[in-house]
Design a protein around this ligand. Structure first.
Ligand SMILES: [Cu+2]
Length: 463
């Protein structure tokens, strides 16, 4: 699954550089697993200690650890990486252990963690543990709580995990550049009580954004608001993994926002409750049902719902320009304008590749194979079973199916709708009623679900 490599030679050499403390020197630095691909790795089940439902990182993975005495030891390597944003486009980013975002770190409330951070970037860095309650000197703010980690050096962070929840990690050093280049990851702390807030499927991803000029590979790091790639875990539709759930599962989706703007995330076909923020779990009495939730800058939200109806349900950012890729932003609006053939012909004499488009809307771009620079994603793309989806950016599909195995996250393909349950074209003569296909309209099954409260049998489901 992962290739292993030795990072910097022997621990003794590092100790000689005066960076690694004598306390940990004896055991040596743990290996730093690396993962070069954007393929979702199977969740990393707990290998000891309290049981928990491991998270599934969309297009990502969780970082293996080792026990050293009663310390859980991890090794992050900050380094340049190549990330496929979607098939047809790669970006040259900075990240951790081979990918951007870095691997998800999973541990349990009460664990003592020791996290080695090796810097293979061309400039200094630090790691800040966003939202965590920890000693001030472990907070990772370069210059304020620690010296910067210079290129080639390794630092050690040690703290006990006081509180379960969802947290993030990112540099607090040359932050604008390093975050614009993709340096970030998720840190999930599972509750010590395996029954507390137990779900059947637990998905995680970061909202991030890049500004990569069409035809180029490196994000523009000075961009403030005009990003052109809106991504989940540094992937844009149609490159984002689908979220596969078994009918009847209680599902959690944890989303952290490290972009420079807010994202109203909308889920079709289900009612959910926000159950967690970076500050902790939300008591039942303070939850309310929702279908969209706004995720502020520098914050995370976990939503929970019962996946009670099979189907292919869209989940996406409701800012419609965030479900669009590069190329689109500078297209002029021509809706309603007559683009006369003569005019087109005249312009084509000057600009041979010129195309008239957009006078009836932009939908025609969804199916069009437009000539584009290399390494550029179409503005809107992707196909479903009924035609082009005309999407990009922050869009994916929740696929609810009956009878899946508990740990089956494989793409089950497109949903096969029962006959008579898909919207259809009216084909009768004007003024007549549509042909009757069913005596009763197709209805969702009636399931008593309280989205606000955890399921009463929550916790016993998988045992
Ligand atoms: Cu958005």
């Amino acid at each position: 699954m992962f290739s292993r490599r030795s990072i910097l030679g022997s621990a003794a050499a590092l100790a000689g550089a005066g960076v690694v403390t004598g306390r940990v020197q004896a055991a040596g630095i743990p290996e730093a697993p690396t993962n070069p691909s954007a393929t979702m790795q199977p969740p990393l089940a707990p290998s000891g200690g309290p049981d928990y439902q491991p998270v599934v990182t969309l297009n990502g993975w969780s970082l293996p650890w080792r026990m050293n005495g009663d310390w859980k030891e991890f090794h992050l390597v900050a380094e340049p990486v190549v990330r496929e944003i979607a098939p047809g486009m790669k970006a040259h980013l900075w990240g951790y252990n081979g990918q951007s975002p870095g691997p998800t770190i999973e541990a349990v409330e009460g664990d003592k963690v020791r996290i080695y951070v090796t810097n293979k970037l061309p400039e200094h860095t630090t790691v800040h543990w966003h939202g965590m309650l920890l000693p001030n000197g472990m907070d990772g703010v370069g210059g304020l709580t620690q010296p910067h980690i210079k290129p080639g050096r390794t630092f050690v962070y040690e703290f006990a995990l006081q509180k379960s929840g969802t947290f993030m990690y990112h540099p607090h050093a040359d932050e604008m550049v390093q975050m614009a280049m993709g340096m970030m990851g998720l840190f999930v702390i599972h509750p010590r009580d395996p029954k507390f807030m137990r779900v059947d499927r637990d998905f995680v991803f970061l909202l991030n954004a890049y500004d990569v000029d069409p035809g180029s590979y490196v994000p523009k790091v000075m961009t403030m608001t005009e990003f052109n790639l809106w991504t989940w875990n540094s992937r844009a539709f149609p490159g984002i993994d689908h979220l596969v759930a078994r009918k009847g599962d209680r599902v959690r989706i944890r989303m952290g926002n490290l972009t420079m703007t807010n994202h109203p995330i909308h889920l079709h076909g289900h009612h959910f409750a926000v159950t967690c923020t970076d500050g902790g779990w939300i008591p039942e009495s303070a939850r309310w049902p929702e279908v969209s939730t706004d995720i502020p800058v520098g914050a995370m939200r976990a939503i929970e719902f019962a996946a009670d109806v099979p189907g292919d349900w869209a989940i996406h950012c409701h800012k419609s320009h965030h479900t669009m890729n590069a190329m689109g932003h500078n297209v002029k609006t021509f809706i309603g304008a007559e683009q006369k053939r003569d005019l087109t012909r005249a312009i084509k004499k000057l600009v041979p590749d010129y195309m008239t488009m957009g006078s009836r809307g932009m939908a025609e771009m969804g199916a069009m194979e437009m000539p584009m620079p290399d390494n550029t994603l179409p503005m809107m793309t992707g196909f479903g079973q009924f035609g082009p989806l005309e999407m990009g950016g922050m869009f994916s599909v929740l696929k609810v199916r009956e009878g899946l195995a508990a740990n089956d996250y494989k793409d089950p393909g497109w949903y096969k709708h029962p006959q008579g349950t898909v919207a259809y074209e009216y084909s009768g003569p004007p003024g007549t009623d549509p042909p009757r296909r069913n005596d009763t309209p197709a209805k969702r099954p009636e399931i008593e679900v309280d989205v606000v409260k955890p399921r009463p049998n929550s916790g016993s489901h998988n045992h």
